[in-house]
Design a protein around this ligand. Structure first.
Ligand code: ASP
Length: 326
């Protein structure tokens, strides 16, 4: 009898030690913070973006991620890091968001953006705004200071102005490159929607996306970027996702939420879930694009089914990458 009790105690102590060791390892491996960004996906090839241009894009992506990383390192929140990182990309004419937004069919710039935080599933978005300098900040104001989730057009601009955001003359968004793309839309357009997903020191996730939409869009067309669940989604239970690509497909396949749902209900890992949605479901449907994602444990995934996606990430552990092609 004494022997049996002794053996059971031994097994019990051994299992306890093994379990606590595993638990510790998980904690050690989990980064304190992670930030991932994209600058759009598309089918441009190595020849369409020469080496000098590639270097320029990479430099801007590195600068952007440095802004977010500094905020996170100093204890800032995921939402703040998403907003400020995207602000930088919106102000950079290289990307199709804010300053570098593409032109609509009738020669305007109509901008969309959204943001979501995973701690309480709150979200904000604006669509079709023509004069808000930084649409991601307007989306954040909608999330924080209104009882709505998505505001559009003139109403969204009025709200942004009342919130003290920077309103600009529409000529601010004129860039030669995007104007030429509209004049010759058959030429390969460089896309360039921007997005950011973050895990902060407090274990919270957030995602944001900002875009000028698709060149030559008509009739007040709105894409996936300001649609929560399509272009943007964050849930502390699973992951944060920002998408880029042919928006109509991302709306129909509720891409960002689908990735989260596959993790929540089917127990898939972040890379399994994002790969299934981007490289299988979307490919079968003919939807071109990709996404960036980070899960609650700090794992990163950046799948795309197009030729390229401007992308970068940094973890608190020092692990990092900046890339354009596969
Ligand atoms: N998804 C964006 C839209 O359809 C465009 C892009 O990401 O390139 O509006």
């Amino acid at each position: 009898m004494k022997n049996i009790i002794l053996r059971i105690s031994f097994i019990f102590i051994l299992s306890f030690l093994v379990l606590s060791c595993n638990h510790k390892n998980e904690d050690v491996n989990k980064p304190e913070y992670v930030i991932v960004i994209h600058g759009g996906a598309g089918n441009a090839s190595n020849r369409d973006i020469n080496e000098e241009q590639q270097a320029e894009y990479k430099e801007k992506l590195s600068e952007a991620i440095h802004i977010g990383e500094t905020i996170l390192k100093n204890g800032g929140t995921c939402t703040e890091a998403v907003e400020k990182t995207i602000n930088f990309l919106e102000d950079c004419p290289l990307f199709n968001a804010g300053k570098g937004a593409v032109f609509t069919n009738d020669g305007h710039n109509e901008l969309d953006a959204s943001i979501m935080q995973g701690s309480d599933l709150t979200a904000g978005a604006v669509a079709g705004v023509r004069d808000v300098k930084n649409p991601i900040s307007a989306a954040l104001k909608v999330m924080l200071n209104s009882e709505h989730v998505l505001l559009s057009g003139k109403g969204a601009s009025k709200f942004a102005s009342e919130q003290g955001l920077n309103i600009v003359d529409s000529s601010y968004f004129f860039t030669e490159d995007r104007w030429n793309s509209l004049q010759n839309i058959l030429k390969v357009d460089k896309h360039g929607t921007v997005g950011c997903v973050v895990l902060d020191k407090y274990g919270n996730l957030a995602a944001g996306t900002s875009t000028g939409g698709m060149t030559n869009k008509k009739y007040g067309r709105i894409g996936d970027s300001p649609i929560i669940g399509a272009g943007t989604y964050a849930n502390n239970k699973t992951c944060a996702v920002s998408a880029t690509g042919h928006g109509e497909f991302f709306i129909r396949y509720t891409v960002a939420h689908d990735i989260s749902a596959l993790m929540e209900y089917k127990n898939l890992s972040l890379s399994e879930a994002s790969d299934l949605v981007i490289n299988k479901k979307l490919v079968e449907a003919g939807g071109v694009g990709g996404c960036i994602a980070v899960d609650k444990n700090g794992n990163v995934s950046m799948p795309f089914n197009s030729n390229m996606m401007f992308r970068a990430y940094v973890k608190s552990t020092g692990e990092k990458a900046v890339a354009i092609f596969k």
